[in-house]
Write a protein that binds this ligand. Structure first.
Ligand code: NAD
Length: 253
């Protein structure tokens, strides 16, 4: 699908991988709408790149509906969805302190899986009304999982469960929507240098970078956005989860 003049909504678009995707898509001529909790960053980025921002908690289904209605009202349709909203987690299944906090587990699943699914189901419903585009389809959805979907580390049980679910959904969603010409792919990033990663101490980040076989560095968020661009433009990419990780396989800790 050509990107120019298409409408893209980006959840988690105010920071990190979502921000990089927003910058690249806006630069390529897309009309971009950022959905995020972070109003300050969302508004500032929207102004800088000529996008729109709507404060959205993807866990609140009314918020998601409002964001989609806002996008349709402003641009008439939705062609592209890039889901980057998410949180990381750190708690063991059980430790001497007690069992994993169940509410915390549910919170991570609620944001990283249920919230993302809500954006997918509501936006794909809107895409069904689109006229056929230049590739003979009606839209594209890109989700962001993680290599933790496959090799989750100690303390990542909730995060890994949420991301593995996104990987698991990819083929059935592709099958559900194929008759209507909507594609979906999931990107499973390794280690990327974003505010989420910058929360870790510098030494930890340097050590992490050395664990990447090649190139031995943290990924640049624009390298994620490059794959977003390719998935949108290449009509044969559908129903697949793509690792983007410099060949890293995470160790237990
Ligand atoms: N950075 C990495 O190395 C890495 C690796 C693998 C996967 N990921 C995944 O990529 C995605 C983006 O990560 P990032 O590194 O850019 O993180 P980030 O923290 O920089 O950005 C995440 C954004 O999501 C938003 N967000 C969180 N909860 C939300 C909610 N309920 N509603 C709306 N917005 C919400 C935040 O406000 C933030 O702007 C996440 O899903 C993350 O799990 C990141």
């Amino acid at each position: 699908m050509k990107i120019e003049a298409k409408t893209a909504i980006i959840s988690g678009g105010a920071s990190g991988l979502g921000e990089a995707s927003a910058r690249r898509l806006a630069q390529l001529g897309a009309k971009v709408v950022l959905l995020d909790l972070n109003e300050d960053r969302g508004n500032a980025l929207a102004e800088e790149i000529g996008a729109a921002f709507i404060k959205t908690d993807i866990c609140n289904t009314e918020d998601v509906k409002q964001a989609i209605d806002f996008t349709k009202g402003k641009f008439g349709k939705i062609d592209i969805v890039v889901n980057c909203a998410g949180i990381s987690s750190g708690m063991k299944t059980a430790s001497k302190k007690g069992p994993h906090d169940l509410d915390y587990f549910k919170k991570v699943i609620n944001i990283n899986l249920v919230g993302i699914f809500d954006v997918m189901r509501q936006s794909s419903y809107q895409m069904l009304q689109n006229d056929l585009n230049d590739e003979g389809g009606r839209g594209i959805i890109i989700n962001t999982a993680s290599v933790a979907a496959f090799d989750g580390q100690i303390g990542q049980v909730a995060y890994s469960a949420s991301k593995a679910a996104l990987a698991g959904m990819t083929l059935p969603v592709a099958r559900d929507l194929s008759g209507d010409g909507i594609r979906i792919c999931t990107i499973a990033p390794g280690l990327f240098n974003t505010p989420m990663m910058q929360a870790l101490p510098e030494q930890v980040r340097t050590d992490l970078a050395k664990t990447v076989p090649f190139p031995q560095k943290l990924g640049d968020p624009d390298e994620f956005a490059m794959l977003v661009q390719q998935i949108i433009e290449n009509p044969m990419l559908n129903g697949e989860t793509i690792r983007l990780d410099g060949a890293i396989r995470m160790t237990p800790r």
